[in-house]
Design a protein around this ligand. Structure first.
Ligand code: MN
Length: 250
């Protein structure tokens, strides 16, 4: 079992080390991660300059690029053989509902998925790494399950883990993504030259968070596991848009 480990918080992040440590018991591990924090990078690729891959003293590879760059480089030229699994995380903070659109953690896993490699993203719900051991244990259990009983078909799992010791987690629930209210407004300030500057505001609070959603599961002390797909087509609107275009559409 060859396991590629990546993240978006950067190669020095505690969640990456915790995940890599657990994966070493399960297979041959290669870690590749961004040189600096790229949370919120989504699926961005660096196309305007070349990338360098360097090795840290602990053997982790780090790239002066995005989470997607890391997995892309690994899969398309750096690794001699294709991995059997890509895991990403353990992110410092939740990636639920609309977060998955912006998340670099999910994007790193998604890059594996796009190349046909089963991929799993792991995030801790609260920032600060409290009970990181519990989250790493869950990651190990999910991957062990995958090793002993592989899911068939294209696999992209998004796992969110409440910050609790392992024995205080109530179990795992398979969920759908919830939705958030719109983000908080940008914070406007001024730089020393009097020009306006803007900080992106916080994510909105959960809106669609009822039973069956990722938000509901973690709120109730469960690990949330959401199978994701990528096709953004709004199938239900295809006919509507055809009619709207009239003779122009086909
Ligand atoms: Mn992050």
């Amino acid at each position: 079992m060859r396991i590629l480990v990546a993240n978006d918080d950067g190669y020095l992040a505690p969640g990456l080390a915790a995940l890599a440590d657990r994966m070493r018991n399960l297979g041959e591990v290669l870690v590749i991660a961004p040189e600096s924090n790229h949370s919120g990078a989504s699926n961005s690729l660096t196309l305007s300059r070349p990338l360098t891959v360097r090795e840290a003293s602990n053997g982790f590879l780090y790239v002066n690029g995005t989470p997607t760059d890391c997995v892309h480089v690994a899969l398309t030229g750096l690794l001699p053989e294709r991995p059997d699994l890509v895991v990403s995380g353990i992110n410092n903070g939740q990636n639920m509902g609309d977060d998955t659109i912006y998340s670099g953690t999910v994007a790193a896993a998604m890059e594996g998925y796009l190349f046909g490699v089963p991929s799993i993203a792991f995030s801790q719900v609260e920032k600060g790494h409290a009970h990181l051991d519990g989250a790493a244990q869950i990651a190990a259990e999910v991957v062990e399950r995958f090793v002993s009983d592989p899911l068939t078909g294209p696999i992209l799992l998004n796992v969110n883990i409440p910050n609790r010791p392992r024995d205080e987690l109530r179990g795992m629930q398979v969920t759908r993504l919830g939705k958030r209210h719109h983000s908080e407004p940008v914070i406007r300030a001024a730089n020393p030259h009097g020009e306006p500057i803007y900080w992106i505001g916080a994510a909105g609070v959960a809106k669609d968070a009822g039973p069956g959603t990722d938000f509901h599961a973690v709120e109730n002390g469960y690990v949330s596991i959401t199978p994701l797909q990528i096709d953004l087509t709004q199938v239900s609107q295809i006919d509507t848009v055809r009619r709207w275009l009239g003779s122009g559409g086909s």
